[in-house]
Unconditional design. Structure first.
Length: 265
Protein backbone atom coordinates (compact mmCIF):
# COMPACT_ATOMS: atom_id res chain seq x y z
CA UNK A 1 0.00 0.00 0.00
CA UNK A 2 1.47 3.41 -0.97
CA UNK A 3 2.12 5.94 1.78
CA UNK A 4 0.83 8.74 -0.47
CA UNK A 5 -1.52 8.41 -3.43
CA UNK A 6 -2.36 11.39 -5.63
CA UNK A 7 -5.29 10.70 -7.94
CA UNK A 8 -6.39 12.77 -10.96
CA UNK A 9 -5.55 16.17 -9.43
CA UNK A 10 -6.55 19.18 -11.53
CA UNK A 11 -6.38 22.84 -10.51
CA UNK A 12 -7.11 26.15 -12.26
CA UNK A 13 -6.64 29.79 -11.25
CA UNK A 14 -8.39 32.98 -12.46
CA UNK A 15 -6.38 35.05 -14.94
CA UNK A 16 -6.36 38.72 -15.95
CA UNK A 17 -8.82 38.11 -18.81
CA UNK A 18 -11.63 37.11 -16.45
CA UNK A 19 -11.07 33.51 -17.47
CA UNK A 20 -9.10 30.65 -15.96
CA UNK A 21 -5.65 29.17 -16.41
CA UNK A 22 -5.49 25.41 -15.99
CA UNK A 23 -2.34 24.62 -14.01
CA UNK A 24 -2.62 20.91 -13.16
CA UNK A 25 -4.34 18.41 -15.45
CA UNK A 26 -5.09 14.96 -14.06
CA UNK A 27 -1.93 14.41 -12.00
CA UNK A 28 -1.64 10.90 -10.49
CA UNK A 29 1.24 9.13 -8.73
CA UNK A 30 2.16 7.06 -5.67
CA UNK A 31 4.94 7.43 -3.11
CA UNK A 32 5.83 4.45 -0.92
CA UNK A 33 6.83 4.54 2.73
CA UNK A 34 10.38 5.82 3.23
CA UNK A 35 10.84 6.93 -0.39
CA UNK A 36 12.09 10.31 -1.57
CA UNK A 37 10.28 11.53 -4.67
CA UNK A 38 11.51 14.57 -6.58
CA UNK A 39 9.23 16.68 -8.77
CA UNK A 40 11.05 18.35 -11.66
CA UNK A 41 9.64 20.53 -14.42
CA UNK A 42 9.73 23.94 -16.11
CA UNK A 43 9.27 27.08 -14.01
CA UNK A 44 5.62 27.86 -13.40
CA UNK A 45 4.38 24.35 -14.19
CA UNK A 46 2.48 23.96 -10.92
CA UNK A 47 4.93 22.06 -8.72
CA UNK A 48 4.32 24.32 -5.72
CA UNK A 49 0.55 24.20 -6.29
CA UNK A 50 0.73 20.41 -6.23
CA UNK A 51 2.75 20.43 -2.98
CA UNK A 52 0.19 22.73 -1.35
CA UNK A 53 -2.64 20.41 -2.35
CA UNK A 54 -0.78 17.42 -0.87
CA UNK A 55 -0.11 19.39 2.32
CA UNK A 56 -3.76 20.42 2.68
CA UNK A 57 -3.10 24.11 2.05
CA UNK A 58 -5.15 24.16 -1.19
CA UNK A 59 -8.25 22.33 -2.36
CA UNK A 60 -8.02 20.77 -5.85
CA UNK A 61 -10.77 21.44 -8.37
CA UNK A 62 -10.83 17.74 -9.21
CA UNK A 63 -9.08 14.71 -7.73
CA UNK A 64 -8.22 13.23 -4.37
CA UNK A 65 -5.22 12.74 -2.08
CA UNK A 66 -4.80 9.64 0.11
CA UNK A 67 -2.36 9.05 2.97
CA UNK A 68 -2.18 5.45 4.19
CA UNK A 69 -5.24 4.74 2.02
CA UNK A 70 -7.29 7.38 3.86
CA UNK A 71 -8.54 10.38 1.90
CA UNK A 72 -7.35 13.75 3.23
CA UNK A 73 -8.74 17.17 2.44
CA UNK A 74 -7.66 20.78 2.78
CA UNK A 75 -6.90 21.62 6.40
CA UNK A 76 -5.44 18.25 7.39
CA UNK A 77 -2.24 18.22 9.46
CA UNK A 78 -0.53 15.01 8.33
CA UNK A 79 2.16 16.68 6.22
CA UNK A 80 5.16 18.74 7.30
CA UNK A 81 6.16 21.58 4.95
CA UNK A 82 9.59 23.12 4.33
CA UNK A 83 9.02 26.34 2.40
CA UNK A 84 11.28 27.84 -0.24
CA UNK A 85 11.84 31.02 1.75
CA UNK A 86 13.32 30.85 5.24
CA UNK A 87 10.47 30.85 7.72
CA UNK A 88 12.07 30.77 11.17
CA UNK A 89 10.73 33.22 13.74
CA UNK A 90 13.60 35.68 14.32
CA UNK A 91 12.54 36.34 17.93
CA UNK A 92 12.71 32.65 18.88
CA UNK A 93 15.83 30.56 19.47
CA UNK A 94 16.58 27.37 17.52
CA UNK A 95 14.98 25.28 20.27
CA UNK A 96 11.95 27.57 20.51
CA UNK A 97 11.47 27.47 16.74
CA UNK A 98 11.66 23.69 16.67
CA UNK A 99 9.11 23.22 19.44
CA UNK A 100 6.58 25.67 17.95
CA UNK A 101 4.38 22.99 16.36
CA UNK A 102 4.37 20.97 19.58
CA UNK A 103 3.22 24.04 21.51
CA UNK A 104 0.35 24.53 19.06
CA UNK A 105 -0.59 20.87 19.55
CA UNK A 106 -0.50 21.29 23.37
CA UNK A 107 2.03 18.50 23.81
CA UNK A 108 3.02 17.81 27.41
CA UNK A 109 6.12 19.83 28.36
CA UNK A 110 8.15 16.79 29.41
CA UNK A 111 7.40 14.95 26.18
CA UNK A 112 8.04 18.13 24.23
CA UNK A 113 11.54 18.49 25.68
CA UNK A 114 12.37 14.85 24.96
CA UNK A 115 11.20 15.11 21.34
CA UNK A 116 12.98 18.41 20.75
CA UNK A 117 16.24 17.12 22.23
CA UNK A 118 16.01 14.01 20.06
CA UNK A 119 15.44 15.88 16.80
CA UNK A 120 18.18 18.42 17.60
CA UNK A 121 20.60 15.50 17.94
CA UNK A 122 19.32 13.86 14.73
CA UNK A 123 19.78 16.98 12.60
CA UNK A 124 23.11 17.83 14.20
CA UNK A 125 22.25 21.16 15.85
CA UNK A 126 23.63 20.35 19.31
CA UNK A 127 25.30 23.37 20.87
CA UNK A 128 23.25 25.82 18.82
CA UNK A 129 19.91 25.33 20.59
CA UNK A 130 19.96 28.75 22.26
CA UNK A 131 21.11 30.69 19.20
CA UNK A 132 18.74 32.98 17.32
CA UNK A 133 18.28 32.68 13.52
CA UNK A 134 20.62 35.62 12.83
CA UNK A 135 23.34 33.78 14.78
CA UNK A 136 23.34 30.63 12.62
CA UNK A 137 24.25 29.97 8.98
CA UNK A 138 21.81 29.50 6.11
CA UNK A 139 22.45 25.76 6.12
CA UNK A 140 21.86 25.55 9.87
CA UNK A 141 18.61 27.49 9.42
CA UNK A 142 17.43 24.95 6.84
CA UNK A 143 18.24 22.10 9.23
CA UNK A 144 16.30 23.88 11.97
CA UNK A 145 13.29 24.18 9.66
CA UNK A 146 13.55 20.49 8.83
CA UNK A 147 13.71 19.68 12.55
CA UNK A 148 10.65 21.86 13.19
CA UNK A 149 8.71 19.92 10.54
CA UNK A 150 9.87 16.48 11.68
CA UNK A 151 9.42 16.94 15.43
CA UNK A 152 5.62 16.84 15.09
CA UNK A 153 5.96 13.38 13.50
CA UNK A 154 4.22 14.09 10.18
CA UNK A 155 3.26 11.18 7.95
CA UNK A 156 4.94 12.88 4.99
CA UNK A 157 7.40 15.74 4.58
CA UNK A 158 7.21 18.04 1.54
CA UNK A 159 9.94 20.50 0.60
CA UNK A 160 9.66 23.31 -1.94
CA UNK A 161 13.05 24.25 -3.40
CA UNK A 162 14.46 23.91 0.10
CA UNK A 163 18.09 24.59 -0.91
CA UNK A 164 17.60 27.04 -3.79
CA UNK A 165 18.90 30.14 -1.98
CA UNK A 166 22.14 28.54 -0.80
CA UNK A 167 25.61 28.55 -2.30
CA UNK A 168 26.69 25.40 -4.15
CA UNK A 169 28.96 24.07 -1.38
CA UNK A 170 26.30 24.47 1.32
CA UNK A 171 23.67 23.03 -1.00
CA UNK A 172 25.70 19.88 -1.66
CA UNK A 173 26.36 19.48 2.06
CA UNK A 174 22.67 19.82 2.90
CA UNK A 175 21.67 17.30 0.26
CA UNK A 176 23.89 14.78 2.03
CA UNK A 177 22.54 15.84 5.43
CA UNK A 178 18.96 15.60 4.18
CA UNK A 179 19.55 12.01 3.06
CA UNK A 180 21.27 11.16 6.35
CA UNK A 181 18.34 12.55 8.35
CA UNK A 182 15.81 10.80 6.13
CA UNK A 183 17.58 7.48 6.65
CA UNK A 184 17.64 8.07 10.40
CA UNK A 185 13.94 9.01 10.63
CA UNK A 186 12.52 6.83 7.83
CA UNK A 187 10.61 9.83 6.50
CA UNK A 188 8.60 9.79 3.28
CA UNK A 189 9.47 12.92 1.31
CA UNK A 190 8.18 14.80 -1.74
CA UNK A 191 10.84 17.30 -2.83
CA UNK A 192 10.42 19.99 -5.49
CA UNK A 193 13.59 21.15 -7.24
CA UNK A 194 14.69 22.89 -10.44
CA UNK A 195 18.15 21.39 -10.01
CA UNK A 196 18.39 18.14 -12.01
CA UNK A 197 21.72 17.18 -10.40
CA UNK A 198 20.10 17.52 -6.98
CA UNK A 199 17.17 15.33 -8.02
CA UNK A 200 19.40 12.57 -9.42
CA UNK A 201 21.65 12.65 -6.36
CA UNK A 202 18.82 12.45 -3.83
CA UNK A 203 15.73 10.82 -5.28
CA UNK A 204 14.45 7.26 -5.35
CA UNK A 205 12.01 8.37 -8.05
CA UNK A 206 11.78 11.49 -10.20
CA UNK A 207 8.57 12.72 -11.82
CA UNK A 208 9.04 15.00 -14.84
CA UNK A 209 6.16 17.47 -15.22
CA UNK A 210 5.18 19.24 -18.43
CA UNK A 211 4.30 22.88 -19.00
CA UNK A 212 0.84 23.98 -17.91
CA UNK A 213 -1.63 22.47 -17.96
CA UNK A 214 0.85 20.13 -16.28
CA UNK A 215 0.83 16.38 -16.76
CA UNK A 216 3.35 13.74 -15.72
CA UNK A 217 5.58 13.26 -18.77
CA UNK A 218 7.83 10.56 -17.41
CA UNK A 219 8.74 8.74 -14.20
CA UNK A 220 12.35 7.78 -13.51
CA UNK A 221 13.27 5.11 -10.99
CA UNK A 222 16.80 6.05 -9.97
CA UNK A 223 18.34 2.61 -9.66
CA UNK A 224 21.66 3.70 -8.17
CA UNK A 225 22.73 2.70 -4.68
CA UNK A 226 23.12 5.49 -2.11
CA UNK A 227 25.31 7.28 -1.25
CA UNK A 228 25.80 8.27 -4.89
CA UNK A 229 28.74 9.78 -6.72
CA UNK A 230 27.48 12.88 -8.50
CA UNK A 231 29.82 12.46 -11.45
CA UNK A 232 29.35 8.72 -11.95
CA UNK A 233 28.36 7.55 -15.48
CA UNK A 234 25.03 6.30 -14.08
CA UNK A 235 24.13 9.67 -12.54
CA UNK A 236 25.25 11.56 -15.64
CA UNK A 237 23.11 9.34 -17.87
CA UNK A 238 19.96 10.14 -15.87
CA UNK A 239 20.93 13.81 -15.81
CA UNK A 240 21.37 13.93 -19.59
CA UNK A 241 18.02 12.28 -20.28
CA UNK A 242 16.09 14.52 -17.89
CA UNK A 243 17.77 17.71 -19.15
CA UNK A 244 16.93 16.77 -22.76
CA UNK A 245 13.27 16.34 -21.87
CA UNK A 246 13.28 19.54 -19.82
CA UNK A 247 14.78 21.48 -22.75
CA UNK A 248 11.96 20.34 -25.03
CA UNK A 249 9.37 21.55 -22.51
CA UNK A 250 11.13 24.89 -22.08
CA UNK A 251 11.20 25.41 -25.86
CA UNK A 252 7.48 24.64 -26.01
CA UNK A 253 6.83 27.21 -23.29
CA UNK A 254 8.81 29.88 -25.16
CA UNK A 255 6.94 29.11 -28.37
CA UNK A 256 3.57 29.35 -26.59
CA UNK A 257 4.58 32.69 -25.05
CA UNK A 258 5.57 34.08 -28.48
CA UNK A 259 2.29 32.94 -29.98
CA UNK A 260 0.32 34.54 -27.17
CA UNK A 261 2.24 37.78 -27.55
CA UNK A 262 1.64 37.83 -31.32
CA UNK A 263 -2.08 37.19 -30.84
CA UNK A 264 -2.39 40.13 -28.43
CA UNK A 265 -0.71 42.66 -30.75
Amino acid sequence: MPKLSVRDISKSYPNDDSGEVEVLDGISFDVHDGDLLCLVGPSGCGKTTLLKIIAGLLEPDVGRVFIDDEEVRAGHNRVGYIFQQESLFPWRTVRQNIRFGLEIANVDKTEMNVRVDEIIEIVGMEGLEDNYPHEISGGQARKTEMARSLVVSPDILVADEAFSNLDAQTRNYLQEEFLRIQKRTGSTIVFVTHNVDEAVFMADHILMMSNIPAKILKEYKIDIQKPRVRTSPECLAYRSDILSLLKIEQEKAMSQARQKQSAST
